[in-house]
Design a protein around this ligand. Structure first.
Ligand SMILES: [Zn+2]
Length: 288
């Protein structure tokens, strides 16, 4: 009798253990976005084969620049995203917990900036800090004429720090999906990052870029409405970043209104987004 009870108890225990394992595996595999953490790496409990398909679903739903890509470029971008996620650590700031969806959405747009090149070009990137919203940084401004340094604070939606670290506001990353003015903080900051880490380039292209920048400065001085964000008038570096945002977000509009600038960027990025069938520019809805 005692042995039967013991056997029954062992059987019950075994059944209970098996039930627990099946339940646990099902839950983890069913919701990749629940794997929230602030460390680096692409995580892989679901298995290497499942990840690219899941990423495609997520990117299709959440990233308009992904939807704009022809399939051949999506196929080229995907392994770059995996490599980026495996290499670049993300850190949540201001109480934000960074999850896999956030990492994927940012990585896809970062890798798009260098998709035309031979390699991803992010070897120097030490990490990405992600804030829930705009963040405040301390800044010192030196007056060129007097040399007087004024210290103060500035609110930012993104920052590329010393060619080593990118800081972003998650709210601004998400805004790129809803705004139709070309705004894209990820494209903006990663363009800065590339300029910081890969200086130089074609002198003729640089001259043409300067001319386009002057053109924007004049338009802003006249008070004209401009396709490019007037913030690009600040200096040549900001101009390039703002122009890159428009190049990827509203390529047809940029090509129509600034064909020579579009041509410079097409060569620099080695991409031609205005020719992509999924171009997300909406001709009728974008008035200048
Ligand atoms: Zn900038």
């Amino acid at each position: 009798m005692g042995r039967i009870l013991l056997l029954a108890a062992v059987l019950l225990l075994l059944l209970w253990l098996l039930r627990g394992r099946v339940w646990g595996r099902g839950r983890r595999g069913g919701d990749a976005s629940a794997d929230a953490d602030s460390g680096g790496g692409s995580a892989s409990a679901a298995g290497a084969a499942a990840l690219p398909r899941d990423r495609r679903v997520l990117l299709q739903a959440r990233v308009r620049l992904w939807r704009a890509l022809p399939p051949v470029l999506q196929d080229r971008l995907l392994p770059r995203i995996e490599e980026f996620l495996a290499r670049v650590p993300f850190i949540g700031a201001g109480g934000l917990t960074v999850n896999e969806d956030m990492r994927t959405i940012i990585a896809a747009q970062a890798c798009l900036v260098t998709l035309g090149g031979e390699d991803a070009g992010f070897e120097a990137l030490h990490g990405i800090t992600l804030h829930p919203d705009e963040f405040v940084v301390e800044e010192a401004d030196e007056d060129e004429e007097t040399g007087v340094v004024t210290e103060g604070w500035r609110t930012l939606s993104g920052q590329s720090v010393d060619g080593e670290r990118i800081v972003l506001s998650w709210r601004d990353v998400e805004e790129a999906e809803h705004r139709d003015d070309g705004y894209n903080v990820v494209i903006h900051e990663f363009t800065h990052f590339l300029e910081q880490t890969r200086p130089g380039g074609d002198p003729a292209a640089h001259k043409a870029l300067e001319a386009a920048h002057e053109e924007l400065c004049d338009a802003v001085d006249r008070g004209d409405d401009t396709l490019l964000d007037p913030y690009g008038a600040e200096d040549l570096t900001e101009f390039l970043a703002v122009a890159a945002e428009m190049f990827f977000s509203r390529p047809s509009d940029l090509r129509t209104h600034h064909p020579s600038l579009y041509g410079i960027l097409r060569v620099s990025f080695a991409l031609d987004p205005a020719s992509w069938p999924g171009d997300t520019s909406a001709d009728a809805d974008h008035s200048l």
